[in-house]
Design a protein around this ligand. Structure first.
Ligand code: NAP
Length: 276
């Protein structure tokens, strides 16, 4: 079996992975793409030199890793399309949101299945991907998946039961953070700042915080300690946030996202539902 990766589905997350993997030095001819209409695969072929293959069975033949990257509502038909083409010595990596590995293994009996939740920052090799071992996947299969994703960012492994929470936190996290930046900027405007000034200051606050947290070993508490002197204005602001129950509100927000993600799960036992 070769080290080739075949992508079933050539949309946004495949684009991000192909861009990151090629930037990491992977030869483009080791990446193959198939998409329903062929349009997505052709775009990635033209842009990154990925091999574009018209028929899924031809693309899958001889590849080491079969990466399933279609929408949840397309998963059942995509799995039907490739059933029979995937062999037991291949590794199936499913990126499909809310799709349990049992459902993938039921549709594709034989090969080991790993589920992966990457984010789009894999395009610029600063992504984070969370992996979970599914049926037939042991340490060797996880190591193979980790080798692919570690080329484009950080990798963590959790039990599959945690992946809906991971998807919610990782997926909604940027929007929740941007929501806070917006609220901070609006609060500055309410205190009399011009909107342009408030927006620049709030956006810069998040950039500086991200830069500090990107330093090895720096925790959010380190940043808070560095800014909040005892009896000072930051301490007063943090106290006010706690008084208004902001940590609880954030927990409530994540809970809503996790519940939605669980509600849309595709399992082997359940009839498939939902979208991403
Ligand atoms: N986008 C993200 O940041 C992200 C992050 C983590 C996980 N995911 C998950 O990754 C999956 C893909 O997301 P996406 O954003 O990349 O979706 P997308 O941009 O909508 O792309 C979906 C791709 O699947 C193709 N497709 C549909 N049915 C197919 C079939 N039967 N055989 C082959 N290809 C088929 C489509 O082909 P056509 O274009 O020809 O229709 C399209 O290229 C989703 O389950 C999503 O939840 C996405």
């Amino acid at each position: 079996m070769s080290e080739d990766i075949v992508f079933i589905g050539c949309g946004r997350i495949t684009r991000a992975l192909v861009q990151g993997l090629v930037a990491a030095g992977r030869p483009p001819h080791t990446l193959r793409g198939v998409s329903r209409t062929g349009a997505g695969a052709r775009v990635l072929g033209a842009e990154f030199g990925m091999r574009v293959v018209a028929r899924a069975e031809d693309a899958i033949s001889g590849a080491g890793v079969v990466m399933l990257a279609v929408h949840p509502h397309e998963a059942v038909s995509a799995l039907k399309d490739i059933a029979g083409a995937v062999s037991t010595d291949q590794l199936v990596v499913s990126l499909v949101a809310s799709c349990h590995t049992d459902a993938v293994a039921e549709a594709l009996p034989g090969p080991a299945v790993v589920r992966a939740v990457p984010n789009v920052a894999v395009a610029v090799r600063t992504g984070v991907t969370v992996l979970s071992a599914g049926p037939g996947a042991g340490s060797d299969e996880l190591a193979l998946a980790e080798a692919v994703f570690s080329a484009v960012g950080q990798v963590a492994t959790v039990p599959e039961g945690m992946l809906e929470t991971v998807s919610a936190l990782s997926g909604a996290g940027p929007a929740l953070t941007a929501y806070f930046v917006k609220a901070l900027s609006a609060a500055g405007v309410a205190q009399g700042l011009p909107i342009a000034t408030a927006e620049v200051l709030a956006a810069q606050a998040i950039r500086s915080t991200a830069a500090l947290l990107a330093e090895e070993g720096t925790t959010p508490d380190d940043v808070i300690d560095a800014v909040a002197s005892p009896g000072g204005m930051t301490e007063a602001a943090l106290f006010a946030l706690g008084e208004r129950g902001v940590p609880g509100a954030v927990g409530h927000a994540l809970d809503a996202a996790v519940r939605l993600s669980f509600g849309r799960r595709i399992t082997a036992a359940a009839h498939p539902v939902g979208g991403s």
